[in-house]
Design a protein around this ligand. Structure first.
Ligand code: NAP
Length: 283
């Protein structure tokens, strides 16, 4: 790590908006990246109340912030506030990252690309695989679109609320459908996109008896790094993959759009992992 220069009038600023935002990992990820790259940039977290995204976006433009991450509850609102959306953001009607293209403010969604990159980093190519996605919220929707785009043989969306499952599956086109939890047993790749198992929650999104040797089981939950589902997957001979890789890779896509530089993924992962292991992060 080369370390960042002292803050000055020349320091460029990026940030994240959301509510609640105090425990966001984004400052750890991006400030670690700026330090590793020796950039005179700083990344801050901004608490923006529900309904106040328009004001925050006006601030982004007026202050000339260089990049903006967007998290709950503002992802949909910001999709309506950018000058232009990338195809991924338009498909999902949600934005997790904002960048400048000349004088245009562009809204992007990097979760799907980050998910696929995190699989590639583990040597997993989803092309041709049968997949099961547990959950149908924002993360699940991004994963369904990404898996369909990566050429999987099928994606089964398994979710508590059937209507949300249908809407998520519709995003995957003719390769996606809804199904009952038992269908996860037949999938080569199982992805948990529910919050179950987070922060000491002992629950799993799936009966572990449905897991088997040979499967790849990805948990998008990254706190703790080893969730109850991942522990059960390993016990049953499946291959567990945690959610930190997706978090780092989706941030890498954001950083590249803001700076034009290759993201220092190792430094970003170390920054996030150090915060997760410390006591400052609680959810
Ligand atoms: P979300 O939009 O709120 O969706 C949550 C989903 O989980 C919904 O489908 C919901 O089902 C389901 N769910 C919630 N509680 C449940 C319960 N008790 N039993 C069964 N299903 C339940 O959340 P999200 O933004 O998609 O995030 C989901 C998880 O992914 C979070 O833990 C988040 O931290 C993680 N995530 C990780 C990354 C990463 O980079 N690793 C990125 C994004 C998100 P209903 O439709 O029935 O309500």
């Amino acid at each position: 790590m080369t370390g960042r220069p002292a803050l000055s009038g020349a320091t460029e600023v990026a940030g994240v908006i959301g509510s609640p935002i105090r425990h966001s990992l984004s400052p750890a990820l991006f400030n670690a990246a700026f330090a590793a790259l020796g950039l005179d940039w700083a990344f801050l977290a901004f608490e923006v109340a529900p309904g106040a995204a328009a004001g925050a976006m006006a601030g982004f433009r007026a202050l000339g912030l260089r990049g903006l991450s967007v998290t709950m509850p503002h992802k949909s609102a910001v999709a309506g506030l950018a000058d232009r959306l990338t195809p991924a953001a338009a498909r999902l009607e949600a934005v997790n990252s904002v960048y400048w293209s000349g004088s245009e403010v562009v809204g992007d969604s990097t979760d799907g690309a980050g998910f696929i990159d995190s699989l590639a980093a583990e040597g997993v190519d989803p092309a041709g695989l049968s997949c099961a996605v547990l959950g149908a919220g924002g993360a699940a929707r991004a994963v369904v679109v990404a898996l369909a785009g990566a050429g999987v043989s099928e994606v089964v969306v398994i979710n508590r609320s059937p209507e949300a499952a249908r809407r998520a599956a519709a995003l995957g086109g003719d390769r996606a459908r809804t199904g009952p939890p038992e269908e996860a047993a037949g999938a080569a790749l199982v992805v948990n996109a529910t919050p179950l198992g987070m922060g000491g929650d002992p629950r799993m999104a799936l009966d572990p008896a449905l897991l088997r040797a040979g499967q790849v089981v990805v948990d998008l939950v990254y706190h703790p790094l080893t969730t109850p589902l991942l522990a059960a997957a390993a016990e049953r001979g499946a291959r567990p993959i945690g959610g930190l890789g997706m978090l780092v890779h989706q941030a890498g896509h954001q950083l590249r759009a803001w700076t034009g530089l290759d993201p220092p993924l190792g430094a970003m992962e170390a920054g996030a992992a150090a915060m997760l292991e410390g006591s400052r992060f609680s959810g």
